[in-house]
Write a protein that binds this ligand. Sequence first.
Ligand code: C5P
Length: 223
Amino acid sequence: CAEKPLAGLKVLVTAGATSEPIDPVRFISNRSSGKMGVAAARKAQSLGAEVTLVAGSVSVNLDGLNVVKVQTALEMLEAVKKEIESTDILVMAAAVADFRIAEYSDTKIKKTDENEMTIRLVKNPDILKEIAPLKKAGQVFAGFAAESDNLAANARKKLNEKNLDMIAANDISRSDIGFGTDENELTVFFRDREAVNTGKVPKEKAAETILLLAKEVHGKKNG
Ligand code: C5P
């Protein structure tokens, strides 16, 4: 129906930052607020989908959403793997830490007299790349790309490398959109159709555009 275009579909959204613990009181993370992903989860729900949100650290309210809370990239990977089988549309909006601490300390690391200290990092898995082999023919996977330069080329590269159906790219060199703000301007790239630009709009509106585009791709794949 027109008002519930996602009725009958299961949508899995990831949002927010993963945080990677150093010791019981310290961690490394990133500036993602989770606003874009949470807006996508809420919009998907209001468009009629059954929604699961895998949330890292977010600075927005999650009331009324079906949430799986995670901390680290490895936990997010496990949560996504668990949900992916029953998912029709995946919206991977989380800002996943590319690295984690190599040796977590169970006890608080003590101050020393040294002027320097070194923390060794090891690479986290790329969640989209890990789940790409699990993707079924009818499923739609949408990713995000935060780019500071060569937006189209970099986004298209990620679309291919991560085996996505679509990728929503934004220009993070602009301070009026993206990280922490309420508005976004996204260019959505596809495998076999022209890119779509959302214009500078509230994140709710950008989320709606992405979801309706994902629904179109889903319709094509399952038509
Ligand atoms: O490669 P890059 O981090 O720019 O790609 C961004 C996209 O890949 C986003 O959709 C993000 O959620 C996803 N990603 C991921 N696992 C990572 C890093 C990013 O799934 N370790």
